[in-house]
Design a protein around this ligand. Structure first.
Ligand SMILES: Cc1ncc(COP(=O)(O)O)c(C=O)c1O
Length: 393
């Protein structure tokens, strides 16, 4: 068959047809346990009845109008997000990259409002913020940037979890206006900073008059055991971004801001055709309601802790396992060698996992997972890891 898709992905040899909760079925009717949720997207699992009902009902009423007109569901969703986050204003986009673009544009408006002619955003090594030109520039991974030069100007890079490096920029440069950071680096390898890191970033932002901007695209919506990962430390950002699980698979992103950062966008300064349309907002409203009704934030915390303990029991003493770490249902098992081959082996056994940063097994199961299903993941992944490490490197 002639290939008509651009070759942007090395796809695994499987096509799914249907899903239910944490389970998926392929076109050959084989069943799979989904420990990845479409990379942190389907937090409520597949075909959650509340989301399905909301989307079907809305599709039969009104899918799209335009941001030229009032959109009640968009206002409702902005209100709900501000309620759970304590932010003031929301801009709706369609993806994570676009949500981060909005944040970067806010940082630039903020800089110009302070008389900085070429404002710069401090970003981290090993970060991931998306594939548009500005967000791939913000991303701390050369492989993602290579071939797309010239990159966008106005970014300053420092190591992750290094407060001193951020302070040094504050003392040395007058063009910095904001810090953009993931509370836990997802693509970078489930890198969890010290518990004092975000509060220290907050303090530096206050000291130097910068915006603290968090990318919660992978960590947000309950995944780490709080609605948003910054809530563990209480270091409230000025701006933060969401996407992925906000619509449980219906594309929607959001850039939330408070105080002055929320007032900088004015009519004409930014926009998008689809952003915050009735269908996407209705889906996201049903996601928020379901997370509350099913108490999934607390469940992510409890089950995440439980899975982490179980993984540590199984793997801590295994030679070749460098680290087992996690924050809620965001789990990483780091090996001492590249282990991408594990993804295909797991698939053959009916389990969906991911490997990122070459040697980190990344697990992002749906928040609706139960103890039995979580136990299956721990058993299966631990066995796969032990077998893999027992082979000659
Ligand atoms: C932390 C983070 N930021 C941004 C993005 C980009 O989101 P999208 O692929 O929806 O543009 C991702 C996607 O993996 C992400 O994990």
């Amino acid at each position: 068959m002639r290939e008509h898709l651009m070759a942007t992905y090395n796809r695994l040899p499987v096509t799914f047809e249907r899903g239910q909760g944490v389970w998926l079925w392929d076109t050959e009717h084989r069943q799979y346990l989904d420990a990845l949720s479409g990379i942190a997207v389907c937090g409520l699992g597949h075909a959650h009845p509340a989301v399905t009902a909301a989307v079907c009902d809305q599709a039969g009423k009104l899918v799209h109008t335009s941001n030229l007109y009032g959109i009640g569901l968009q206002q409702q969703l902005a209100g709900r997000l501000c309620e759970v986050s304590g932010m003031d204003r929301v801009f709706f986009a369609n993806s994570g990259a676009e949500s981060n673009e909005a944040a970067i544009k806010i940082a630039r408006l903020y800089g110009h409002s302070k008389g900085v002619s070429a404002p710069a955003v401090i970003v981290m090594e090993k970060s991931f913020h998306g594939r548009t030109l500005a967000t791939l520039t913000a991303t701390g991974n050369r492989r993602i940037q290579a071939g797309f030069e010239p990159l966008v100007s106005g970014f300053l890079r420092v190591p992750y979890n290094d407060v001193g490096a951020i302070r040094a920029i504050g003392q040395g440069r007058t063009d910095a206006v904001a810090v953009l950071v993931e509370p836990v680096q997802g693509e970078g390898g489930i890198n969890i900073p010290d518990s004092g890191y975000l509060p220290a970033v907050r303090a530096l932002c206050d000291e130097f008059g910068w915006l603290m901007m968090l990318d919660e695209i992978q960590t947000g919506m309950g995944r780490t055991g709080e609605w948003f990962a910054w809530q563990h430390s209480g270091a409230r950002p000025d701006v933060f971004t969401l996407a992925k699980s906000l619509g449980n698979g219906v594309p929607i992103g959001a850039c939330l801001a408070r105080g002055k950062a929320g007032e900088l966008m004015q009519p004409g300064s930014h926009g998008t055709t689809f952003g915050g349309n009735p269908l996407a907002c209705r889906a996201a409203l049903s996601v928020i309601d379901t997370i509350e009704q099913e108490r999934l934030v607390a469940q992510a915390a409890t089950l995440g802790r439980h899975m982490l303990e179980q993984f540590r029991q199984q793997l801590d003493a295994v030679a070749g396992v460098s680290d087992v770490r996690g924050h809620g249902l965001m789990l990483g098992i780091e090996l001492d060698r590249p282990c991408a081959a594990l993804v295909g082996r797991a698939l053959q056994q009916g389990l969906l996992i991911n490997v990122t940063a070459d040697r980190v097994i990344r697990l992002l199961p749906p928040l609706i997972i139960n103890t039995r299903e979580a136990g299956i993941i721990v058993e299966q992944v631990s066995t796969l890891v032990r077998e893999f490490l027992s082979e000659p490197a």
